[in-house]
Design a protein around this ligand. Structure first.
Ligand SMILES: *Cc1c(COP(=O)(O)O)cnc(C)c1O
Length: 397
């Protein structure tokens, strides 16, 4: 069994704060500040540009990619880090469309994260080849699969409700119709066991600053099934995805394997912070994370439902159909979340009426969940949210 008291001690967690938002921004691993500081002094400071080889910065995106790969069931050499998730999603979609040239439909669901849909819309416009993004309700996906669909593009865990798609079954059904699959693992990587290779998915992307704790703006990851990667023609042909970047040739030739999904200069400071977090992940069995996450989230639902009749559960009650977050609907959810944050309980709000709480066993325990439920009860039963200052909207929710 994973020693979660130990992993918790390895994070900087401000005293008196209940942090139920690690699904949006993971906390600081204590070692990250020193690691990044040492890297800045000894590598950037002392080695300067020679650190690209002497500190092996040049291979850090794939070295770290292999470690992230272990958390999503990807074999070595199939994951690389870099850029933002929006960009990685764009790359995956452009490649998948290129591979299924005759088909014109991209299928996704209304629970997908907006940036994924926006990136698809932008790509469709610039390709100008008659592609169409079709959206349906999450439960309808299976019925909408057909030989017309080029790509099935889904986020495994719905960012609002926490609803969990059945990745294995949908991938299998999509493949029966010759459809390529892209899975966004933003709320899956580090939250629950993921087996991209075993489920035979074609492309997967995800971010590192949520459950993987790489810090704000940490790089995303991309996985391409090894059986496909040599056919992938990158749409964003950056020099570091070239076969021989330092030949400085005038024409693009993709690098072998997953390296072709690299674009430009990688964010070494953030990758170094992520390495400090992955050292903690090395002590963790993701099956234990899942088991404790279910315990914590089920306890939370039970306590909140018992004390706050105004809050309506927006997440699946069946824990097998839920990721590692719990959401409640409340008409004044924005103001209520502001009131909770004022009382030291951090969750977040998602329009129009979702109060969202993330469960992260690496640094969250049952005692804190109980305390959080008491604060919510206080705010709700005493209408503490109903103060003018809690109704003023800030630009980030
Ligand atoms: C968090 C999240 C993103 C964020 O994308 P960035 O490019 O990193 O800002 C994208 N997609 C999903 C599904 C997310 O949950």
């Amino acid at each position: 069994m994973t020693d979660f008291a130990k992993t918790k001690s390895l994070f900087h967690l401000p005293a008196g704060l209940l942090y139920l938002d690690g699904n949006s921004l993971g906390p600081l691993p204590r070692a990250a500040a020193d690691r990044v500081g040492a890297m800045m002094q000894q590598e950037w400071g002392d080695l300067l540009v020679t650190a690209w080889t002497r500190a092996d910065w040049i291979n850090q995106p794939s070295r770290v990619g292999n470690r992230v790969g272990k958390l999503i069931g990807a074999p070595a050499g199939s994951v690389v880090m870099g850029d933002t998730l929006s960009i990685k999603l764009y790359q995956a979609l452009a490649s998948a469309l290129e591979m299924s040239a005759e088909r014109k439909i991209i299928l996704s669901d209304s629970g997908n994260f907006p940036t994924d849909l926006y990136m698809a819309q932008g790509l469709i416009k610039s390709l100008d080849r008659g592609y169409e993004l079709q959206l349906c309700e999450p439960e309808e996906i299976e019925n909408r699969l057909s030989a017309e669909v080029a790509v099935l593009m889904l986020t495994e865990v719905d960012y609002r409700s926490g609803r969990l798609h059945d990745m294995r079954s949908l991938t299998e059904k999509a493949h029966e119709d010759g459809i390529l699959t892209i899975w966004d693992l933003a709320h899956s990587a580090g939250a629950l066991p993921v087996r991209v290779a075993d489920c035979d998915v074609d492309f997967a992307v995800g971010c590192s600053y949520k459950y993987l704790n790489s810090g704000p703006g940490g790089p995303a990851f991309i996985y391409v099934a090894p059986r496909l990667v040599e056919q992938v023609q990158p749409a964003l042909c950056g020099w570091l995805g070239h076969q021989a970047p330092f030949d400085f040739g005038l024409d693009y030739r993709p690098a072998a394997g997953i390296e072709r999904m690299r674009i430009g200069t990688p964010p070494i400071l953030q990758l170094t912070a992520l390495e400090a977090s992955l050292d903690i992940w090395d002590m963790v069995d993701i099956e234990d994370v899942r088991a404790v996450s279910i315990e914590l989230s089920s306890l939370f639902i039970e306590l909140v439902e018992a004390s706050c009749p105004e809050l309506e559960l927006a997440s699946p009650r069946d824990e097998r159909r839920r990721g590692s977050q719990v959401s409640f609907r409340f008409e004044h959810g924005y103001a209520a979340m502001r009131a909770l944050i004022d009382r030291g309980l951090i969750g977040d709000f998602r329009a129009p009426d979702i109060m969202r709480f993330g469960f992260t066993p690496l640094y969250l325990e049952a005692g804190e969940v109980r305390k959080a439920a008491l604060i919510i009860e206080d705010v709700m039963s005493n209408r503490l949210w109903d103060r003018p200052r809690y109704h003023e909207h800030s630009p980030v929710t």
